[in-house]
Structures are given as C-alpha cells and as structure tokens.
Design a protein around this ligand. Structure first.
Ligand code: DC
Length: 268
C-alpha cells in the first residue's frame, strides 16, 4: 500500500506557492517533531494539517455533533476560524474561534473522533481548502497524511516517514505520558495505532500513501536530530548537488539554507 503512487487531487486546483516541503507518514513516526524542527532550521512556516482534523473534531463534539454527521461537520468545517502559530522550536499554539485549544485537541477522545471525522470525503474537501488557505506563506513545511499527494501534489520536496510498529507505539506512549501524565499499556497503544493505520490507508479519498517522488526515511533507529540532519543533507544535495533538477530556491530561503547547513555542522 505504501508503495502506491498518488492519484491526482480530486479537490480542485492547488495553489503554487514558491517552496513547499511535505512530510507524510503514519501516526507515531515522529512527523510533527521533525517537521517543526526542520521548519525552524530553515526559517520556514510550519503547517500541521492533523490539527485541522483535530480542531474540527473538537468543535463538533463541543457542539454535540456526531463525528459521522457529515452535513453538520461540513458546515462547521466551513465556518472554522483556525490559527496555528509555531511558538517554539517544538511547540505550536492552536487557536480555534479565538480560544486556545492546544492541549484540548490532543486528548484520546479527540484523537479517536478526528480519525472518524477524517474518513468523510466532503469533510476532507472542506479541510483541504482550509489547509491551503492556512498556507499563506511563501515557504513552508507541511505535515500530515496526504499533504504530498492531495493537498500540495506540486510540492517541491516530499518526504515520507516510516517506523516499525513497536517504535511507533513507544513514541506515542511517551507523548501521551508527557501530555496527560499517564498512558495505556504498550499493547493497547499498538492496537489503537494499527486501527488508525487501517482507517488512514484504506479510505478512498486522501489515503495514507507514499506520494509520487517522496523520499522515504525509516526513523525506527534514528533520533529526531538525525532525521532532520538527513533531510537537510538531502535538500542541500538537491539544491547544490550534481542532480540539481533546475529547482531554484528563492534567495531569502537559500540564505537560511546555508545557515541551516552551518547549524547542522555544529550539531555533529
Ligand atoms: O497527525 P494527527 O494524529 O494529528 O492527525 C489527526 C487525525 O487526522 C488522524 O486520524 C489522521 C487525520 N489526518 C488526515 O486524515 N489527513 C491529514 N493530512 C492529517 C491528519
């Protein structure tokens, strides 16, 4: 399933910003940590598309709307006022209709509801529109399940992260512990992740697939820093190496690029 190439976007014509790096992959591979860090290293804006599904699930449950009530969900999705700000290297703030819901959207209840909400094609269409609207910046790192295949199929650089099931369950357990001070047993988390994987991979619209042209990185044995270093090395190679494909990075970004490789050297 992961090797399948992406189909053309069924949701209108995507915009063409100057520079987009997409990072897709299943839950627990460390996408969001890596994406935030990469964005900071390169001085790019970070966009967490999962937060839009979570925010919608939160808004729906707060209004007593069933996560399977598609007509109501679409109405709520179209009226969502959502702001995502990266406040630190490793943290974003999620502001929904003027209220800070950063923590509230990460609970298990919302995680489960978001997975259901994300199954409905009309809901996905509304949220993909919202995600493209949120991508106002000229240069950004976008992270999710279908960002390189559906949301920004024309993205200049695409990564697809994987990790083995045990590692992913352990990472999710640590995340839950730091969030709420406790977590279910590893075997329970592994079952929950497998169920979410099935939902993500089997849906008809925007399934979790390796987008065409995406670089696959297995993060099972890598630290976050090592993953980011490999990405930076790949990007530098693409930009300056012999296989440069004619993609020129805007001068302002190229400067941060050089700065990033400097930072990368300091990291070793
Ligand atoms: O990455 P996350 O756990 O915050 O995502 C929350 C939910 O949203 C998850 O069930 C997968 C779904 N999602 C999606 O379907 N497409 C995306 N681009 C991002 C997330």
């Amino acid at each position: 399933m992961l090797g399948r190439s992406a189909k053309a976007s069924p949701i209108g014509k995507p915009p063409h910003p100057k520079l987009i790096i997409t990072i897709d992959g299943p839950a627990g591979v460390g996408k969001s940590t890596v994406a935030k860090l990469l964005a900071r290293r390169l001085g790019l804006v970070y966009l967490d598309t999962g937060a839009t599904y979570r925010a919608l699930a939160y808004a729906a449950l707060s209004q007593g709307i069933d996560p399977n009530d598609v007509a109501h969900l679409v109405r709520v999705a179209k009226s969502l006022r959502l702001d995502l700000h990266q406040v630190r290297e490793d943290a974003i703030r999620v502001i929904l209709n003027g209220c800070d819901v950063t923590r509230q959207i990460r609970t298990e209840r919302i995680t489960d509801a978001a997975a259901v909400v994300a199954q409905h094609p009309p809901v996905r269409a509304a949220l993909v529109r919202l995600q493209r609207k949120l991508a106002r910046a000229d240069a950004l790192v976008v992270e999710g399940r279908d960002t390189g295949s559906v949301v920004f199929p024309q993205a200049r650089y695409k990564f697809f992260l994987t990790a083995n099931a045990r590692v992913r369950a352990r990472r999710r357990q640590m995340e839950l512990r730091s969030l709420q001070g406790r977590s279910p047993a590893l075997s329970t988390i592994a079952r929950q992740l497998a169920a979410r994987d099935r939902l993500d991979r089997l849906r008809k619209i925007g399934p979790l697939i390796r987008p065409r042209g995406a670089v696959v990185l297995d993060t099972s044995r890598l630290t976050t820093t090592e993953v980011v270093q490999r990405m930076l090395r790949y990007l530098r190679f693409q930009n300056h190496g012999p296989h440069h494909r004619g993609h020129r990075i805007p001068r302002s970004v190229a400067t941060t690029w050089l700065y990033a490789t400097e930072a990368q050297r300091n990291f070793r």
